[in-house]
Design a protein around this ligand. Structure first.
Ligand code: NDP
Ligand code: PYR
Ligand code: MG
Length: 588
């Protein structure tokens, strides 16, 4: 049946759709179409008027000048007041601070990102210490847990098993063609919250907003991707609002084939120099993917390599406070997965670099505890491959407390994803063994932190040097204020990625990670040390990122892996000059 006859039937034989009889003109037949009829989704290509206001990249809201309002058909679409960006920022910060629920702040920030991109980044850059916990850990963790209910508009690409065989086409659906960084997750190990399936999308989105805010990478060249191979999270599988594939996770060959198609399509579509950052994959895939693709693609695993680099930086800096060299220390980890073994290996490499001792030897002062106890040689056969290098000669030890007593570490690092595992006795034992025990509770979000800052300072009677993955407020103990640092890979990956981009690097190497650690450690000032800090404040992060980028780029050039020639003379200045700045632009 034709659409005209349908309309006529509804209107008693008369067609009113073109304005006859006082009706509103329905030029494209959109209003009168029934659900089973096809219409064309029309849009305009030149942004002016409402389409300009609705384009987050160009929208300036009330900051459009009088001239721009005339030239771009905005008269009447905005109230008469003209605000500059500073006033808009002030208003937004005022509004954000009214929300008592962190998730509401997160949602307000996401709305802003979708409405006015430059204002979003200006706000984030200028208020980084206040807003990092909103767009990143801990709040992003809750956002991922509730992503199904707060989902409004796609913020990244979803590639599911349904797209098998069509991944290249899916990549082409993304509106931006010139991509420099992809952050990709399969949602299986989201922070310390486990398998959140497709709802893990909040993580690539959050990480990439930090690439822009902290590292100056243009937002249009960042692409968040979630690969959906199902989920083993029963709660999500039974949730009617779950946004992902409702099936158990694909594994083995099916998983490997999808990832292979994805990696090929990425290279085919964006070229050799696109950086693919693997994020929050479970360890049974993460190590293999990194190994498989590190010789053919520019890949970086943030949880293994970024975390290693940030922790090594903190350790190098801490030597100013605790004394000695890295080789003088003994390290004990709770958690022997991506973060734990990644950090352990980079520490061993740095000690080897400093002492010229073989890495097999420098590993001997690094011990790890997993869910079954201390990793020792008698467990060798049953260990996953990434744990085997850490199976030293020792009798079996079941608990962390007994391991602390037996190994007598100077440094205790939590990378277990299990909250409250640094108990009072553990911290007290560390304090009894060391003048200044270094305690890092890396697990995210805050609920999974091995201990709180307050616990670390009070149980150690003010002796601990403490940093955590998610931020804690300063703590007052016996009249003294202790400021905890944030040991989070957010210090590293934005500058690291920028260094790869500005040098046109084609591969990532461990030497670049070591260079990034040294660059970050060098940014800790005497004023920071005086407060007991082993990381510089995030408020200087763009300057820090430029220094990290310069050192990473230098390594890329030295190793013959850089393709951007000639090599710029002053790489710090060059990195700074490449950074995206979120101030408004004037429209002709
Ligand atoms: N601050 C930062 O920048 C970063 C923090 N992280 C955080 O680190 C945590 C771990 O991440 P990741 O290494 O990728 O995770 P993995 O799953 O790879 O590793 C977790 C490890 O912890 C062990 N473990 C878990 N529960 C316990 C427990 N109760 N007692 C002893 N060991 C336990 C596991 O043991 P087993 O092997 O026996 O199962 C495993 O070895 C997460 O919370 C994550 O948010 C990660 C990256 C960066
Ligand atoms: C910080 C981070 O990458 C994580 O917790 O997984
Ligand atoms: Mg991560």
């Amino acid at each position: 049946m034709s659409s005209t006859s349908l309309k006529e039937m509804r209107n008693g034989g008369e067609d009113y759709s073109n304005g006859h009889g006082g009706g509103v003109r329905d030029l494209y037949g959109e209003d009168c179409a029934t659900e089973d009829q096809l219409i064309t989704p029309w849009t305009f290509s030149v942004a002016s008027g409402c389409s300009l206001l609705r384009d987050p990249r160009y929208n300036k809201g009330l900051a459009f000048t009088e001239g721009e309002r005339d030239a771009h058909y905005l008269r009447g679409l905005l109230p008469p007041a003209v605000f500059n960006q500073e006033l808009q920022e002030k208003r937004l910060m005022h509004n954000l601070r009214q929300y008592e629920v962190p998730l509401h702040r997160y949602m307000a920030m996401m709305d802003l990102q979708e409405r006015n991109e430059r204002l979003f980044y200006k706000l984030l850059i200028d208020n980084v210490e206040e807003l990092l916990p909103v767009v990143y850990t801990p709040t992003v963790g809750e956002a991922c847990q509730k992503y199904g209910s707060i989902f409004r508009r796609p913020q990244g690409l979803y590639i599911s098993l349904k797209e098998k065989g069509k991944i290249l086409e899916v990549l082409k659906n993304w509106p931006e063609k010139s991509i420099q960084v992809i952050v990709v997750t399969d949602g299986e190990r989201i922070l310390g919250l486990g398998d959140l399936g497709c709802q893990g999308m909040g993580i690539p989105v959050g990480k990439l907003s930090l690439y822009t805010a902290l590292g100056g990478v243009r937002p249009s060249s960042c692409l968040p991707i979630t690969i959906d191979v199902g989920t083993n999270n029963e709660k999500l599988l039974n949730d009617e609002f779950y946004i992902g594939l409702k099936q158990k996770r694909a594994a083995g060959q099916e998983y490997a084939e999808l990832l292979e198609e994805f990696m090929r399509a990425v290279k085919q579509n964006y070229g050799e120099k696109v950086l693919v950052q693997f994020e929050d994959f479970a360890n049974h895939n993460a190590f293999d993917l990194l190994e498989k693709y590190s010789s053919s693609h520019l890949v970086f695993n943030d949880d293994i390599q970024g975390t290693a680099s940030v922790v090594l930086a903190g350790l190098l800096a801490s030597l100013k406070l605790v004394g000695g060299t890295l080789a003088d220390h003994t390290f004990l980890f709770l958690g022997a997965g991506e973060a734990g073994t990644g950090i352990a290996e980079l520490i061993a490499l740095e000690i080897s670099k400093q002492t010229k001792a073989p890495v097999e030897k420098t590993r001997k002062k690094i011990w790890l505890v997993d869910s079954k106890g201390l990793i020792v040689s008698s467990r060798l056969e049953s260990l996953q491959h990434f744990k085997k290098p850490w199976a030293h000669e020792h009798e079996p030890v079941k608990t962390l407390l007994d391991a602390v007593k037996a190994i007598k570490p100077t440094v205790l690092i939590g990378s277990s994803g299990a909250g409250k595992t640094f108990t009072k006795e553990v911290v007290e034992t560390m304090a009894s063994l060391n003048e200044k025990p270094l305690i890092l509770a890396l697990s995210n979000p805050t609920s999974q932190s091995e201990c709180t800052a307050e616990e670390a300072y009070t149980w150690s009677k003010g002796k601990a040097i403490f940093a955590s993955g998610s931020p804690f407020d300063p703590v007052e103990y016996e009249g003294k204020v202790f400021v905890p640092g944030q040991a989070n890979n957010a210090y590293i990956f934005p500058g690291f990625g920028l260094g790869l981009i500005i040098s046109g690097a084609i591969r990532v190497r461990d030497e670049m990670l070591l260079a990034a650690s040294e660059a970050l450690a060098a940014q800790v000032s005497q004023e920071n040390y005086d407060k007991g800090l082993i990381y510089p404040p995030f408020s200087n992060i763009r300057k820090i990122s430029a220094h990290i980028a310069a050192k990473v780029a230098t390594k890329a050039y030295d190793l013959g892996l850089a393709s951007h020639l000639p090599r710029p003379k002053d790489l710090v200045k060059y990195a700074e000059s490449c950074m995206y700045s979120p101030g408004y632009r004037s429209y002709r």
